[in-house]
Design a protein around this ligand. Structure first.
Ligand code: AMP
Ligand code: GLY
Length: 779
């Protein structure tokens, strides 16, 4: 029996790869323009798109074979599963669009530098080329396609393949131009995708459709602004509401205008009408169904099985994220990017998170959040920080039958109690620092004695003190000197009442609660490099997110006080030996927890210290995604991450259980996140300051608000961050440090100050991109 191997959810199409080398493709009514998916759908678009694809594939079959096997119905086709070349072949007949902009600004030389194509001098906009030219681009899953020369394309896919592809592309373009002429149209430019199936090069995707091509009316070829008969018209409808693309700041799909139902109805109706007009113009007076009908073939698996698998991968329309930090904003933004998600409710307090899909959920307590989720038809709740987890959000949602990604209270003790965590780690046989439990009263005596006498038998430096309970990241003290001991003592005395209050607010068990007195660990100090490993765990199964690093100290060179994180990088490249130890650590922990009848479901964050012998020591567990690691991790993850996340939240096993233990797919880009904090951070609280952005310099980074209020002011320590994504760490670092110069904080007296940020985030990895691998070699 045929079975599904993998599910993909694309911008416009969903598909399932079957084990017999075929793929079911479902065309949806989703809409993508300017490279973004818009938060509404267009009626009848799916049928029209499929019919146009089938229509033109049939017309070009005599030139080159294509991947269409047949239609399963009006919106589903069966295609050959092809190894697609990683390039797009763009054929252009006229000087228009991006190549005109290049020609106009940089001349013949500029075009040659980018495409190695020599155009005549003095051409006018929209003029016809002497003969069609090919300008290939690379294909990027995330990010933008990059133009390349034909010679480079030939290197990428091999000369023989390229020669064939080039020849067929020109034949197709010539044929397409003649076909267009018959309908009083001009095929201006178009894109082909090809790949290998059973040792043959075939066409994939679509050909000569208005979605993949630019057409003009024949009688308008000589005018400056010919009517666009392609998906460009989507832009036109959108521009009516949003203004010109160059005037729109940020992602136009996030525009608040799309929160207005009436506007959305109006736009989608006019786009749907234009799609229907276009269909008539290209195909004639028949219905989409009449095109699919002669090509109907039986389903290889039942339509229900396909629909069910897709629905297991599709996120629910309404999602709720709890939390208001940088990590939580990244979660919000990652879910908001998914085409099928309509509303992302945020229990975030009031934050300046402007986005078409943003909806506010009041943050009160976990029972009220769960009730809100139930009242608002939320299909998935994701908890960002530890507090709602330790207050029992998992059980609260379960009561309402709402899928939730958060571990149970029993599992949350891994983070809420350092002592319970240590016991579990040791019982699981995981390598960790030795530690001794001590009650606060005894520790206090010991520390005083040490300070007075410079010595006590039970306490030697260096060592690490860890408060048993939740302490908002302030409960760990790494002690090297007598001064450190003094500072730790003062800090504990000041903060302990606050920590105890926090402990009383959460429902997790801690060792201190059992003993009815605050307790600590005195732990052996470990040396080495720190690595953050995060796994999505589902009982005994787990998948790894890429490895990351957090820069905890305030100042360059890992100096100054500990902070909530001044920056992060990912992916960190580790040796197989270290990765193996990390995997084993998760395996053993999950087994131990299952043995105790408390299986772990949710994100599990493991902090490791990797020593000079390449041994990974487990420092800590957190029951959530890391902050600021999440900011560099989520943007590169692909669909398999969301599919397994949803399955875990629903309490189902993984969709792909055989991939347990492996990393999630990733776009391969290097990411650096830089935190910008108030100058006082973390010593003193910050006064209210307004954020001011100049954009004098290039700004190629994503802005991630951490503590920016709706009036654009901040009082928070870590105010915001910038995220750079690039092919190399060096480029990402350059982008970050150039962009950050655009940001200022305005004092109440009108003067400006610069936020505090570190200058060395990602430094050691920039050396990696220049050909070295310090982590692999030095560890
Ligand atoms: P934890 O909350 O246990 O991760 O501790 C916070 C930070 O303290 C870690 O990220 C390390 O930088 C440091 N730390 C914790 N335990 C140790 C240890 N045994 N040796 C050295 N540093 C440690
Ligand atoms: N980045 C460490 C944490 O989130 O606890």
């Amino acid at each position: 029996m045929t079975s599904i191997q993998n599910i993909y959810i694309g911008k416009v199409r969903n598909s399932a790869v079957l084990d017999n080398n075929t793929r079911i493709v479902q065309t949806s009514n989703r809409i993508s323009a300017f490279d973004f998916i818009f938060p509404f759908e267009i009626e009848k678009k799916a049928e029209i798109l499929q019919a146009l694809s089938v229509f033109y594939f049939q017309k070009t079959e005599h030139i080159i074979e294509n991947n269409l096997i047949g239609c399963l119905n009006e919106t589903h086709t069966l295609v050959k599963e092809t190894k697609v070349f990683p390039i797009e072949i763009i054929v252009r007949g006229y000087l228009t669009g991006s190549i005109w902009r290049l020609y106009e600004s940089k001349g013949v030389e500029g075009v040659f530098a980018e495409y190695a194509v020599t155009l005549p001098q003095g051409m006018k906009q929209n003029a016809k080329f002497p003969k069609p030219i090919i300008t290939p681009t690379t294909k990027a899953d995330g990010g933008h396609d990059l133009p390349i020369s034909c010679a480079r394309a030939s290197e990428i896919i091999g000369k023989d393949n390229w020669d064939y592809v080039e020849k067929k592309a020109l034949e197709l373009f010539e044929f397409g131009s003649l076909e267009a002429q018959k309908r009083n149209l001009v095929l201006v430019d178009t894109k082909y995708e090809m790949g290998i199936f059973e040792n043959k090069i075939i066409l994939v995707d679509e050909v000569h459709t208005p979605d993949s091509s630019r057409y003009w009316l024949l009688n308008e070829t000589n005018c400056m602004n010919p009517k666009q008969l392609s998906k460009e018209f989507l832009r036109e409808e959108l521009i009516k509401f949003l203004g010109k693309p160059e005037e729109i700041k940020g992602n136009p799909a996030n525009h608040l205008i799309f929160q207005d139902k009436k506007v959305v109805e109006e736009i989608s109706k006019s786009i749907s009408d234009r799609y229907q007009e276009l269909f008539k113009l290209f195909v004639g007076d028949i219905s989409p169904y009449e095109i699919s009908k002669p090509n109907l073939i039986p389903w290889p698996i039942s339509p229900d099985a396909f629909a069910k698998s897709i629905s297991l991968s599709l996120m629910p329309e309404n999602i709720l994220i709890i939390g208001n930090g940088g990590r939580d904003y990244s979660l919000f933004s990652a879910f908001a990017k998914l085409p099928e998600v309509k509303n992302v409710f945020c229990a975030s307090g009031k934050r300046k998170w402007e986005h078409a899909k943003y909806r506010l959920c009041p943050y009160t307590n976990v029972d009220e959040i769960a009730q809100f989720a139930s009242d608002n038809h939320i299909g998935l709740v994701v908890a960002g920080p530890e507090l709602p987890i330790a207050q029992g959000i998992q059980a609260a949602c379960e009561k309402h039958n709402i899928p939730v990604l958060a571990p149970s209270l029993a599992c949350a003790s891994l983070e809420s109690s350092k002592i319970i965590c240590k016991e579990i780690i040791q019982a699981a046989g995981i390598k960790t620092a030795t530690a001794q439990i001590i009650a606060w009263n005894d520790l206090k005596k010991l520390l005083h004695e040490y300070l007075e006498l410079n010595y006590t038998a039970q306490f030697t430096l260096p060592c690490v003190l860890k408060y048993d309970g939740l302490a908002a990241g302030k409960g760990v003290f790494v002690l090297f000197t007598k001064e450190d001991v003094y500072n730790a003592l003062v800090s504990i005395e000041i903060n302990l009442p606050e920590w105890e209050k926090l402990s009383a607010q959460v429902n997790t068990d801690t060792y201190s609660k059992q003993m009815k007195t605050p307790c600590f660990l005195i732990e052996e100090t470990l040396n080495g490099e720190e690595i953050s490993a995060i796994a999505l765990c589902n009982g005994n199964e787990f998948r790894l997110l890429p490895m990351a690093r957090d820069y905890k100290r305030r100042n360059d060179g890992q100096t100054g006080p500990n902070t909530g994180g001044m920056g992060s990088v990912s992916p960190v490249c580790l040796s197989e030996k270290i990765l193996g130890q990390i995997r084993t650590t998760f395996e053993k922990t999950l087994k131990e927890l299952s043995k105790r009848n408390t299986p772990y479901r949710g994100f599990l964050f493991a902090g490791f210290m990797v020593d000079e012998n390449q041994e990974a020591w487990l420092l800590e567990y957190n029951c959530r995604l890391g902050d600021p690691e999440t900011q560099v991790l989520l943007p590169g993850l692909q669909r398999d991450f969301y599919t397994e996340l949803l399955n875990t939240a629903k309490g189902y096993s993984f969709f792909n259980p055989n991939k347990s233990g492996h990393e999630f797919n990733h776009d391969g880009l290097k990411r650096i996140f830089l935190v910008a904090a108030s100058p006082e951070y973390p010593e003193k609280s910050a006064p209210r300051r307004e954020l001011s952005i100049n954009n004098f310099l290039q700004n190629s980074c994503e802005f991630i608000p951490t503590a920016i209020e709706p009036d654009c002011t901040t009082t928070g320590g870590r105010a915001f961050g910038l995220l750079a994504s690039s092919k190399t760490f060096s480029q990402a670092q350059k982008n970050i440090y150039c962009s950050i110069e655009n940001y200022y904080l305005k004092n109440s007296d009108g003067s400006f100050c610069k936020p505090h940020f570190r200058l060395d985030i990602g430094k050691e990895f920039c050396e990696i991109s220049q050909g070295q691998t310090p982590l692999k070699e030095s560890l």
